[in-house]
Ligand binder design. Structure first.
Ligand SMILES: Cc1cc2nc3c(=O)[nH]c(=O)nc-3n(C[C@H](O)[C@H](O)[C@H](O)COP(=O)(O)OP(=O)(O)OC[C@H]3O[C@@H](n4cnc5c(N)ncnc54)[C@H](O)[C@@H]3O)c2cc1C
Length: 584
């Protein structure tokens, strides 16, 4: 076992991790641990753009952006955080431009901007052009630009190092951050990274759904590690379903397609979004559009022999515009569906996309234990975190923004903390939990298989915890997940080796997904209202009196080792906007 010592350790080399690393490396000795090669992180798959009220092509300002974010999040957004997000957006985009990001340009050479769902002029009057983009490869460009700048700054990367545990040590009755435990994929060795501050930037957990836009690697490892150490998870019931995934596959077709003028149509060719959102139409917020699509399907107006999808129609747009602005997604339609989007509409259905919930933080990225108490030295940013700027439903283009704004903030705060704090002593046998976990899986003679349990988990999540939920479906999910967790105890793997044992890691990742799915379904069952991405058919209205509050879930273990989930709540921060009825 090797022990390393750094001031700051960052877990994850996606947009949030690398943006943090650029700041933190300038101020403290920093290591970035990543299970993937940095440029393979999911940020690289982001297509449509990054929001900022630059007002390059239309009148706009950060206050309108703040309002749209709060309304988009169905008033569960912490408004102090949303103000920071919208205000700092402008510098966040300009910083990336200075770092070399090749944004699309207007004819006079400024950064071009396009429309995106829920972004509006003057509090909902009409759609506004706020998304800065690089064709439909914005995330790819962000990731490459950040990586180049990390190399320039001399950031130290540990690639293919899986972080499996976070170490906390008690000092004078306070649990402080001591470091992390990582597994080196190439050698199978355990490494301890002692650190004064740790930033989790390990991304989302969308792989507990089957039809999902998320990469295979989005298994919520950071959230699960924190959870197992008794740290809370916030608002896990809020998961976003993006309206336009490729039918049956879930591969994403960016909302930018509708931003460029694409239209959703049912089997009669009707532009159905006009009924549900008269002003914003196809550019209403994602929760609204996804529900509208399923309403069309349920009422018999879906397309195809099984009536199980609708169409994204781009045929009225000039091919030159599609080639210049949406080259990748039009190619996806050709490759995966054999459809020519110049001439034919593309079959789509909603796809699991984004975790609004995660590790609770304040606006400096410090991880919270409850409403106000921070865990000294522990930070989180990006999709793993819940700050909460997305509330009950994230607006498109606000996540690439979130990772840049709060990645930067966490990087600065963590490095500054490390410059004044002392190292905390490592707990005794810091590797013990991880070794036990690995040995159990490696030595197990059990009859259960990872692939089968994962399939069953994804099926129950798709069936019961998707766009429409009820008490009955959620109870079914909670029971099914509990029984899958029992079966998981009996799981075994074929590869018993040490080097590049992906079999072992997939088993560990499945364990993480099971735990997070249980928190998600349990939190959803307790929220007896409909808000943003959480729609309860048995409670179809938003209930501000009882539920305008964040869920805080905690893992409890009794004397016999029995686990349970305790739910608590914390108030939403309201600064400017009192909740109103949400119309698009
Ligand atoms: C297909 C797609 C398109 C999208 N398009 C847009 C868009 O146009 N605009 C927008 O705003 N948002 C978009 N999003 C959302 C947005 O891209 C993501 O929310 C955001 O990029 C997440 O960034 P991140 O840095 O938090 O995580 P990621 O980019 O997912 O990076 C996570 C990092 O953590 C590392 N990691 C994970 N687990 C471990 C572990 N156990 N040990 C060590 N390292 C670990 C990984 O190696 C990786 O480097 C899109 C998402 C998808 C899936």
């Amino acid at each position: 076992m090797k022990i390393h010592k750094y001031d700051t350790v960052i877990v994850g080399a996606g947009g949030a991790g690398m943006r943090a690393a650029i700041e933190s490396t300038k101020r403290s000795r920093t290591a970035v641990l990543t299970k993937l090669y940095p440029t393979r992180s999911h940020t690289g798959a982001a297509q449509g753009g990054m929001a900022a009220a630059l007002a390059n092509v239309e009148d706009d300002n950060w206050e309108w952006h703040t309002f749209d974010t709060v309304k988009g999040g169905d008033y569960l957004v912490d408004q102090d955080a949303a103000e920071i997000l919208a205000k700092e957006a402008i510098d966040a985009v300009l910083d990336l431009e200075k770092m070399g990001l090749p944004f699309n340009r207007t004819p006079d050479g400024t950064i071009d901007q396009r429309r995106f769902g829920g972004h509006s002029r003057n509090h909902g009057e009409a759609p506004v052009r706020r998304s800065c983009y690089a064709a439909d490869r914005t995330g790819h460009m962000i990731l490459q630009t950040l990586y180049q700048n990390c190399v320039k700054e001399g950031v130290e990367f540990y690639n293919e190092f899986y972080v499996l545990d976070v170490l906390l040590s008690e000092v004078d009755g306070v649990r402080k951050t001591a470091g992390v435990v990582a597994y080196d994929l190439a050698s199978g060795e355990i490494h301890i990274f002692q650190a004064k501050s740790v930033i989790f930037a390990s991304g989302g957990n969308g792989k507990f759904f089957k039809v999902s836009s998320n990469a295979h690697t989005l298994t919520g490892d950071g959230q699960a590690a924190a959870w197992r150490r008794g740290l809370p998870l916030e608002d896990m019931e809020f998961f976003q379903f993006h309206p336009t995934g490729i039918w049956r596959m879930g591969i994403l077709l960016t909302e930018g397609a509708r931003g460029e003028g694409g239209i959703l149509r049912n089997k009669d060719g009707e532009r159905f979004m006009e009924k549900y959102a008269p002003v914003m139409k196809d550019l209403a917020s994602r929760d609204v559009v996804s529900r509208s699509i399923y309403t069309e399907i349920r009422e018999g107006r879906g397309c195809g022999p099984e009536g199980d999808h609708v169409f994204l129609d781009l045929t009225h747009l000039p091919p030159e515009q599609l080639d210049a602005k949406l080259p990748d997604i039009t190619e996806f339609a050709r490759t995966y569906l054999g459809i020519e989007p110049y001439t034919d509409p593309v079959p789509i259905q909603p796809t699991a996309h984004y975790a609004m919930g995660g590790m609770p933080t304040n606006v400096q990225g410090e991880v919270l234990l409850d409403n106000t108490t921070v865990v000294p030295g522990l930070y989180a940013a990006g999709e793993v975190a819940c700050v909460s700027v997305h509330g009950a439903n994230r607006l498109g283009t606000n996540s690439l923004l979130d990772i840049n704004v709060f990645g930067r903030r966490a990087g600065i705060a963590a490095a500054e903390y490390a410059s004044t704090a002392d190292f905390v002593e490592l707990p005794e046998e810091p590797e013990s939990l991880v070794v036990a976990q690995i040995e159990r899986l490696r030595e197990s003679e059990g009859t259960e298989r990872v692939t089968e349990i994962r399939k069953a988990l994804q099926e129950t999540m798709d069936k019961n915890v998707m766009v429409f939920r009820t008490e009955q479906t959620l109870k079914e999910a909670v029971d099914e997940i509990a029984s899958l967790r029992k079966r998981y105890k009996n799981v075994s793997i074929q590869d018993k080796g040490k080097r590049f044992n992906t079999d072992l890691l997939e088993a560990i990742e499945l364990g993480n997904l099971l735990e997070l799915a249980e928190v998600t379904a349990t939190s959803a069952l307790a929220r007896k209202e409909s808000r943003g991405g959480h729609y309860r058919e048995d409670y179809p209205d938003r209930d501000d009196v009882n539920f305008m509050r964040h869920t805080m879930a905690y893992r409890e273990v009794d004397e016999d080792g029995e686990e349970s989930i305790r739910l608590d709540y914390k108030p939403v921060v309201v600064t400017r906007y009192q909740p109103m009825e949400r119309k698009y």
